[in-house]
Design a protein around this ligand. Structure first.
Ligand code: GAR
Length: 196
């Protein structure tokens, strides 16, 4: 099996969808869930599923990304992942860190990239008057929310949507898209997944 490490910062619903997909004849298995926040709700969900967890708090490093990443690398390298999945991991990674996992690090982002890189994607899509929104899984490169797109799910925006209602609709598709992309990626298939 390919070994998959998953990086989270929060509730970890995408992490759960990935972990719960890696059963039976799936070509990968989870080897680590790593968080930058000890309060992340996903840590308990991972532990409940028998996945090793680790925490490296970014706050003591006071913005020194390289020093934070040096600590982050320790549990990650120990776990010897073949693939690293960012799943609601809310720290920007340096080019040096990303280069260590070149071609084997994935991220899920709540927009139809290349639109709306960065934060507050749902509010920005509503504000722009877009008729659709969605989520993307892409290979991580040094540039933020960039890199080859491996899958997208499109979601209609409704007239009465709030950022919260839209985020919930998109998140339900994230939970379908990310496992499908990961399974293919673990098989060496990088052809884009297009949902629904
Ligand atoms: C998800 O919507 C994910 O796409 C987004 O954060 C949420 C995490 O939810 N990621 C980003 O915004 C990355 N910049 P989760 O912890 O329940 O998976």
């Amino acid at each position: 099996h390919k070994r998959v490490a998953i990086l989270i910062s929060g509730g970890g619903s995408n992490m759960v969808s990935l972990v719960d997909s890696m059963t039976k004849d799936h070509p990968a298995r989870p080897c680590l869930v790593l968080s930058n926040d000890a309060q992340a709700g996903g840590l308990k969900k991972a532990a409940d599923r028998g996945i090793p967890t680790a925490v490296v708090d970014h706050r003591p490093f006071k913005g020194d990304r390289s020093a934070f990443e040096a600590e982050l690398l320790k549990p990650l390298q120990e776990a010897q992942p073949d693939i690293v999945c960012l799943a609601g991991f809310m720290r920007v990674l340096t080019a040096d860190f990303v280069s260590r996992f070149q071609g084997r690090m994935l991220n899920i982002h709540p927009s139809l990239l290349p639109k709306y890189k960065g934060l507050n994607t749902h509010a920005r899509a509503i504000q722009a008057g877009d008729s659709e929104h969605g989520c993307s899984v892409h290979e991580v490169t040094a540039a933020l929310d960039d890199g080859p797109i491996l899958g997208q799910a499109r979601v209609p925006i409704q007239a009465d949507d709030t950022p919260e209602s839209l985020a919930a609709r998109v998140l339900a598709w994230e939970h379908k898209l990310y496992p499908e992309v990961l399974r293919r990626f673990a098989e060496g298939n990088r052809s884009p997944v297009l949902l629904p």
